[in-house]
Design a protein around this ligand. Sequence first.
Ligand code: ZN
Length: 519
Amino acid sequence: MIRHSFVAIALIAVPLAAQEKIDTAAINRIKTEERDRSQVMEISSWLTDVYGARLTGSPSAKAAGDWTVKKLNEWGMANAKLESWGPFGRGWSNDRMVAQVVSPRPFPIIGYAAAWTPGTNGPMKAEVVMMKADSAPDLEKYRGKLRGKIVFTQPPRDSLPPHFAADASRLADTSLSKLADAPFTADAPRGGGPNAGANNPQAARFQAAQVFQRSLASFFVDEGVVAIVTPGRGDDGTVFTGASGSRDPSNPTKVPGLMFSAEHYGRIARLVEKGIPVTVELDVKNTFYDDDPSSFNIVAEIPGTDPKLKDEVVMLGAHFDSWHTGTGATDNAAGSAVMLEALRLIKATGLKPRRTIRIALWTGEEQGLLGSRAYVKEHFGDAQTKQLKQPMHDRFAGYFNVDNGTGAIRGVYLQKNESVAPIFKAWMEAFNDPRMHTLTANNTGGTDHLSFDAVGLPGFQFIQDPVDYGSRTHHSNMDVYERLVPGDMKHNAAVVAAFVYLTANRDQKLPRKALPTVQ
Ligand SMILES: [Zn+2]
């Protein structure tokens, strides 16, 4: 009931909604196609079970890209291709990972290689040493004692309490109302800029820690350590991806880096602390790829049909790359499959978009939105200099992104773009799904719509139910197909298809915020 009164208030506040022309029949065709002939889970299975994980620069990411282009062509999309960007750095894959305690009591270890670190030289056995060093003087205690050893660089995590709260959740009406109440006023300027570190103790500590990490890395090499191990964040067998090695072949990481599950790390560490020697067998094979330092984005189009508007473009996208320990299901096969399915829905229903609709699936997102930034710079404008590329910047109608896991779309982050609110409000009402009724003025960060926002283009990310994204799957070994929720994935594909189609067929492009100024 809270929901109903909330909708009524929002309607009064946004009278323009009534003026938006909406093709409700088109929305219903999209919803029916998705309900009766959905392929979103089958696409997801190919991207995860067959081609996961999709670490940028790995052979499986490339194979997944090639499969996707083939699929887009099968569906009759135009201009489907891999579009190169770079340089990204060297590629990497983990080909073998065996970790097993052999004495005093044998047991297998849940463990993973850290990306862009080297493997062992074949199978080997070594004793574990616990190390506690926070500064350069601490290291002297260990000099000459680490040759041929496996070094545990952190103490065991002492408290892993039971999960009394459920891992997964949906957004409650109270949380959605709070989002809807956020004001459109601009954010307070954030700390930053070139001198931010000078008087900032946190930044100074961070810098000192970085210097120590570099000296630690060369210490391990000089001392002949065979592998360094950290306990993964997470518990109950879940291991989150931690640090990774260097992608620069002229300055490679030289010691194998591993993450063990917190429980197995803890058992070994407690034995060593009791003075009981522990021997671990390792066989880690990693491969670096130096033939091509560039990566790719995947693009394809449904050409527009209105002679006056077909040169304008609406984009939908998601990042395609993932981390390497699971299969990158919720991060972000979910978003990629939803976008591919949305495009398929528009094509399969035979709807005729007035503007051109273009999908783009990015790589290098996990290393800093690299693929989408390169694409925006190449096609629309430079976020640093604010030099715009015309006529394409003018001809851009809008960008929609999904990158918050499998959870159902509940609304849209407006990125402080107030004039778009009545339009999306009207579209949500026409879509008529009780799950989706919230608009928030808020920005959301951390993903590829920011690359568009940075050059003044309207880019949006949807509000999604968290499910178990933050607690269990995001960057973890448990980010696998089983963690996708089919009903949510189908809903999301239909929502995106409707928003993209309505953007393509509006008389005007979506309204924009003022162009950001050069900093
Ligand atoms: Zn991620």
